[in-house]
Write a protein that binds this ligand. Structure first.
Ligand code: C5P
Length: 223
């Protein structure tokens, strides 16, 4: 039988990663963080002195980085040209430019193709996969049996992020999330959008365990 696909979209800091990993771990599924792939692409551009704001230059270089994702939810990995970049892709530098890089169609075309391959392999060889990002329910896996749009208030999202990072204040984080969400939802190619067939889950005030429990119920119903 084909494995299940759980597609989760939502804005930055909505708690997608923790929830997606929790669901995948609990049901023995694979896990794919597509945001990490856009971050890896952005890190490569910076590392090779390609101007992230020069869309033509980014498009031309988009085919060059060798990005490989490890999909074990307990220990997901990101490699670029063989190098473990798990930490490098979380820096302020990468975060500041990732929305510009991910708006370039050639970048999306390549990464979406890779994501579909990972999903197809997980459906054949594992019980399935939980995939999180901005365009999973709309573009990458619109036929997924479970489609979720995770949201939270911008205050809750900024607080969540300030717990993950260190040394920045919540107001600055909130402003940065707002900037990134605006870019991600107003770009021409595959913007972050909430569609009618994705189930909205508002997580403000909910604990991670409660969010995971709700997602598990939906997953079990679909499997
Ligand atoms: O999820 P995360 O915040 O790490 O994603 C980083 C950025 O990657 C997002 O702000 C967005 O610009 C981009 N992204 C995207 N499509 C996805 C996942 C992430 O454009 N499916």
């Amino acid at each position: 039988a084909e494995g299940v696909v759980v597609a989760i979209d939502g804005p930055s800091g909505s708690g997608k990663s923790s929830a997606a990993k929790g669901v995948a771990s609990a049901r023995g599924l694979r896990y794919l963080d597509t945001g990490a792939m856009y971050r890896a692409m952005t890190w490569w551009m910076q590392h090779h002195r390609v101007d992230a704001d020069d869309a033509a230059a980014v498009a031309e270089a988009a085919g060059r980085p060798d990005i490989t994702m490890g999909t074990d939810p307990a220990a997901p990995t990101v490699r670029v040209d063989g190098r473990d970049v798990a930490r490098d892709i979380r820096t302020q530098d990468v975060t500041a430019q990732v929305s510009a890089v991910s708006a370039v169609p050639a970048v999306r075309e390549r990464l979406v193709a890779m994501q579909r391959e990972v999903i197809a392999q997980a459906r054949r060889q594992a019980g399935g996969i939980v995939v999180e990002g901005r365009d999973i329910t709309t573009v990458v896996a619109p036929d997924a049996p479970v489609k979720i749009y995770l949201t939270a208030s911008s205050e809750a999202r900024a607080h969540r992020r300030s717990g993950e990072l260190s040394g920045s204040d919540v107001d600055a984080i909130q402003a940065d999330l707002a900037r990134r969400d605006l870019m991600d939802s107003s770009r021409e190619d595959s913007p972050l959008t909430q569609t009618a067939d994705a189930l909205e889950l508002e997580t403000t005030g909910l604990g991670l365990d409660e969010v995971v429990a709700i997602l598990l119920e939906l997953t079990d119903r679909a499997a």
